[in-house]
Design a protein around this ligand. Structure first.
Ligand code: KG4
Ligand code: ZN
Length: 338
């Protein structure tokens, strides 16, 4: 049994978790800063970094206590190395380095976007051979990426956004309509009471073979819609439904293309947008032959269990890798952030 302590501070959640063998969560503690940033309508980087600093020690202690283990039982410390807000990342990285240095426990740097995929693997009982090769979609506030994965640590980028990320477009549209932050859940709620066909939406990136996402055109359409006319309450619900249908429809269209191009045993979907129930239904409807796994709701948005899970996979390849003991890597050099 390998126990990994994961630590995450890349954006507005301070999180720590203890995970066994990359799949079984013993504890997962998340301190969200949403209430702190809400009044600004988005995350303020400097405020985020300071808020991480205030709670990180207590959050790590709580994760260990809830798992019922002491630090000496931990085989590796996985830390989000990027991408993210640099001030926020540095708080977690400096903390984790200190912990590793003092305890002699190996330190495992983890890419946040790739780790999201492992959120979908938490709790699954299938073997690696039964799941891989697979397709993976990460749809968050910062990324809309499709990967082809030969193994749990091999991420071949197949599709990405040329402008806004999908979750970001939900946030911007919600802000435009004065609906608050984060925008995804509130737009999903409104969309349930709207007619998605009432307001025809522009179709983005329609060329089937083009594996790229774009959300700026859809956002501009919503800006014009809002500015051109007085919208009733029902109009706003219809606009939310139409927007959601196209924003998510684009993801499904590109998944269909990716599925056509690469043979995969399953699809892993992760990131904040994976919490959207309409999206879950759409994927099942439109890709009926590809088994799709979504994370439990707790593991869709940022958390440290996913960091520990991917950290485990890196560590398991070679637990004696001297890189885990050097502590000399910096926050920018090891990965190309995409
Ligand atoms: O993965 P995440 O928590 O943080 C990032 O790493 O970005 O994703 C947050 C994003 C936000 O843009 C939020 O609006 C979106 O996920 N989101 C949703 C839903 N819940 C969260 N988007 C659509 N529908 C939802 N139910
Ligand atoms: Zn994230």
């Amino acid at each position: 049994m390998t126990l990994i302590l994961g630590i995450e501070t890349s954006c507005d959640e301070t999180a720590a978790a203890v995970v066994e063998n990359g799949r079984t969560v013993h504890s997962s503690i998340v301190a969200s800063q949403i209430a702190i940033h809400q009044k600004f309508g988005g995350v303020v980087p400097e405020v985020a970094a300071r808020a991480h600093l205030q709670v990180i020690d207590a959050i790590v202690d709580e994760a260990l206590a809830k798992a019922g283990v002491s630090l000496s039982a931990i085989d590796g410390i996985a830390i989000t190395q990027g991408p993210g807000l640099i001030g926020a990342l540095l708080v977690g990285i400096a903390y984790a380095k200190g912990l590793a240095l003092a305890s002699g426990i190996p330190l495992i740097p983890v890419n946040h976007v790739e780790a999201h995929v492992h959120g979908a693997l938490l709790g699954l009982t299938q073997t690696t051979e039964e799941l891989f090769p697979c397709l993976a979609l990460v749809v968050s506030g910062g990324h809309s990426n499709i990967y082809f994965m030969k193994s749990p640590t091999e991420f071949e980028l197949m599709a990405y956004s040329i402008d806004d990320a999908c979750g970001e477009s939900f946030d911007k549209v919600a802000k435009l309509f004065g609906l608050g932050y984060p925008g995804g859940p509130v737009l999903e709620r409104l969309a349930r009471e709207g007619d998605p066909k009432a307001i025809p939406m522009p179709r983005m990136m329609e060329q089937k073979d083009k594996l790229q996402f774009s959300y700026s055109g859809l956002k501009t359409f919503m800006v014009n819609l809002k500015n051109k006319q007085q919208l009733s309450e029902q109009d706003v619900k219809n606009a939310a439904a139409g927007f959601q249908e196209e924003a998510l429809g684009q993801l499904v269209r590109k998944l269909e293309t990716a599925h056509h191009l690469r043979s995969a045993q399953c699809l892993l979907v992760a990131g904040g947008v994976a919490a959207n129930q309409r999206f879950r239904a759409m994927v099942k409807e439109r890709l009926p032959r590809l088994p799709a796994y979504f994370p439990q709701l707790d593991y869709c948005s940022d958390n440290a269990a996913m960091i520990a899970a991917l950290g485990y996979q890196h560590f398991a390849k070679d637990p004696k890798d001297p890189a885990f003991h050097r502590l000399d890597w910096d926050a920018f050099s090891r990965y190309q952030f995409s």
